[in-house]
Design a protein around this ligand. Structure first.
Ligand SMILES: *[C@@H]1O[C@H](CO)[C@@H](O)[C@H](O)[C@H]1NC(C)=O
Ligand SMILES: *[C@@H]1O[C@H](CO)[C@@H](O)[C@H](O)[C@H]1NC(C)=O
Length: 158
């Protein structure tokens, strides 16, 4: 038990801070409806991002894998803070830990109020969960957009 505790503690202390850069190429909002609620009009946001990060410092002998995710953080029209995961990825090997992704949200991004019109500008952050062989899951942030980004008005679809 004592040894396991020591191992878990040492891997915790060994955690380095990875450096990453995250920029938002474009954000667009389109009106639409979901398959489940076809009669309900709601807005969907599409976020194009450019992400690069070197996560190799997070790979040590006790790293089983990393769960990476991109999170949008904003205060909605009702004043409620929201954290929405819009993209994720799993990194299993140190060889794959240098990440360069130009991508778009993988998961549907919509607001509970069905509109982003009165939402405040969002920050975007790259976060990780480090899953160790021994010990507890640790969390961290590897990058963040440099400034809050406003949601544009919905585009008209002809
Ligand atoms: C994406 O970000 C990286 C690192 O900041 C930069 O070198 C690259 O030019 C960017 N690519 C585009 C298309 O903006
Ligand atoms: C976004 O980041 C700015 C600092 O850059 C901060 O003042 C603001 O509270 C953040 N917004 C949210 C919703 O976290």
């Amino acid at each position: 038990m004592a040894m396991l505790a020591a191992i878990a503690l040492s891997s915790f202390v060994l955690i380095a801070t990875p450096k990453g850069e995250l920029s938002l190429a474009s954000i667009k909002v389109f009106p639409g409806s979901s398959r489940r609620l076809p009669n309900v009009k709601q807005d969907f946001a599409f976020v194009n991002f450019n992400l690069s990060a070197d996560l190799t410092p997070l790979f040590h002998w006790n790293t089983k894998q990393l769960f990476l995710y991109l999170q949008a953080e904003y205060v909605d029209s009702k004043g409620v803070p929201n954290d929405v995961v819009i993209w994720d990825s799993i990194v299993r090997r140190k060889e794959d830990a240098v990440i360069n992704v130009m991508g778009r949200n993988k998961y549907v991004f919509r607001d509970l109020s069905r509109s982003f019109r009165k939402a405040q500008p969002a920050n975007y952050s790259l976060r990780y969960n480090l899953m160790p062989y021994v010990g507890v899951l640790t969390y961290g942030e590897a990058g963040r957009s440099s400034e809050p980004v406003s949601f544009p008005d919905p585009e008209t679809v002809s």
